[in-house]
Design a protein around this ligand. Sequence first.
Ligand code: ADP
Ligand code: MN
Ligand code: MN
Ligand code: MN
Length: 339
Amino acid sequence: MAKSKLEYIWLDGTAPTQGLRSKTKIVKDFSGKLEDCPMWSFDGSSTQQAEGGSSDCLLKPVCIYPDPDRKDAYVVMTEVLNADGTPHPTNGRATIQDDDNDFWFGFEQEYFLWDPETDLPLGFPVNGFPAPQGPYYCSVGAKNAYGREIIEEHMDICLEAGLNLEGINAEVAAGQWEFQIFAKGAKDAGDQIWIGRYLLERTAEKYGVAVNWHCKPVPGDWNGSGMHANFSNTILRTAGSKETYDIICSAFGASPEVIKECIDVYGADNHLRLTGLHETQAIDKFSYGISDRGASIRIPIVTVDAGWNGYLEDRRPNSAADPYKVAAVIIKTVKSAKV
Ligand code: ADP
Ligand code: MN
Ligand code: MN
Ligand code: MN
C-alpha cells in the first residue's frame, strides 16, 4: 500500500503580516488529484485565528502540486474556513471577485536572504556595510552575488513542481533577489506565489538561511523589497486605445479613499519603502506614466508599442503583501473604471 505525504499550507492570523503554516497528512493510495484531498482542521488558537474554547478552523484544499524535494509528496494550498464552513476573516483568497479568470497576474516577488545569526542580509559584514549599491543587480561572482545555490535550488524545485515561474534575478541590494510568477487567474497567481514563498523558506532553511519578506529590512540607502503586480484583463489586453488606459489608471487615483483601500492591503510598513526614492512613488501620492519607475502605476513600453494592448504594473505592493488581497483590490478598482 503506497503512502503519500500531503503538506497542507495555510496563512495564519499574524498581524499585520500573515505567516505561512503547514502540516503533513499521510494518505494511502493517493490519486494525486485535488478532489481526493480531504478537508482538514487545525488549532486556530495557536495561529491567532480562534479562541481556545472553540479552536477548530478548517482547511479547504484549493490546489495541489507535486513536492519534488520530498519522497512521494505533494504541497496542497488551502483556504482557512470557520468551523461552519464560511470563509475565515484572514482568508483573502475568498475575497477575489473574478469567477471567469479574466484577470491575469504576474507578480515580481522580491526578498532578502537573511543570516539568522548576524541578523543581516547575506553579504553584509557583521561590522559595517558592503560596498554601496550599484554592482549587485543581476550580478555574477562571489564579490556581488550572495546565496546563489539557494535561489538556484529554489528555481529548480518550483519548475519541477510545475509552478509557472517566469524568471529570477539578483536585485539592487546585496543579498536581495526576485522571482516572477505569472498565471491566467488571480487565485491561481496568488496560490503559486504562496507556494513559491513556502518552497523558498524551506529551501533556505536547509542552508540555515532565513528569508526576510519585510519591505525595508535595511534602513538607509538600500533598496526595499516590492512585489510589483502586473495585471491585465480582456479590456487592457485588447484596448487599442490610450484613452482606455487613462481611464483605468485614473480609477486607481480616483479619491483618497481608493488610494487608501489599495495601500491598506499592499503590505505593512510600506511608508518606509514608498518614499519617492529607489524607483518608487511616495506613499501619499498617486501617479502613472509610460515606462515610469517612479510612478505608482507604470504603463510598460511594450504595451504602448503593441498599440495600447497589454498590461499595467502597480509598483506599490510590497514583498510582504498578500497576493490574494492585492489581486482582489486591483480587480475591484479596474472594474470600477467606466470604460
Ligand atoms: P520588470 O522588472 O521590468 O518590472 P519583469 O520581467 O520582472 O519586469 O516582470 C514583468 C511581469 O509582467 C512578468 O511576471 C510577466 O509575466 C508579467 N506580464 C506580462 N504580460 C502580462 C499580461 N498581459 N498580464 C499580466 N501580467 C503580464
Ligand atoms: Mn522584475
Ligand atoms: Mn525587481
Ligand atoms: Mn517590475
